[in-house]
Design a binder for this molecule. Structure first.
Ligand code: ATP
Ligand code: MG
Length: 159
């Protein structure tokens, strides 16, 4: 099982240089005792992509925060709900349904500096689904974006 608190400590450490360069405050709020099953490398890829986006599409001096909480879904299954919250530029409402598509980028001009390909979120969605999880997004233009992921605490099959 993955110890989420250590997992995010090391992930944030990895990303601290890029965040510092933009004076972005990067933080995590994760219960100390929370462990979940899953493929650690794939989980790392998920949060690397989401946090890179959050940093990339947030102006200097902004905030990026990841939270994890343990809860029971409506079927009584134990899950972990993650949120990745930024105070960035936001995503226009009309683009929200398409951002998980391969190669989809909101606006070539604003995304150009990142040199991205538009694959990050499609990979995230794929890896979340491998864990039998779900991902959704809420965004307010000019205010910020929140990605919400709910993943089962336990996995009965190999991923
Ligand atoms: P890549 O991740 O492949 O380097 P990318 O970041 O452009 O390139 P995705 O990660 O798939 O591709 O994101 C798709 C698009 O969604 C981005 O181009 C950007 O316009 C928008 N987007 C993603 N995350 C955020 C965010 N946190 N805030 C604002 N816009 C975002
Ligand atoms: Mg990306």
């Amino acid at each position: 099982p993955v110890h989420l608190s250590s997992f995010f400590d090391s992930l944030l450490e990895t990303m601290s240089k890029v965040a510092e360069k933009k004076s972005i405050t990067l933080s995590a709020e994760v219960p100390e005792e929370l462990f979940m099953e899953g493929d650690e490398d794939k989980l790392r890829q998920i949060f690397l992509n989401l946090l890179s986006n959050a940093i990339n599409y947030t102006h200097e001096g902004g905030n990026v925060k990841v939270r994890a909480v343990n809860r029971q879904n409506k079927d009584g299954e134990e899950t972990v709900v993650f949120t990745v919250v930024d105070t960035g530029m936001g995503i226009p409402r009309k683009d929200l349904p398409r951002i998980f598509e391969r190669f989809y980028r909101v606006d070539k001009a604003r995304s150009r500096s990142s040199g991205g390909t538009g694959l990050g979120l499609s990979i995230v969605k794929h890896l979340v689904e491998l864990h039998r999880g779900a991902i959704s997004v809420e965004s307010d233009l000019g205010i910020g974006t929140t990605f919400i992921l709910e993943l089962p605490l336990l996995q009965d099959n190999a991923i």
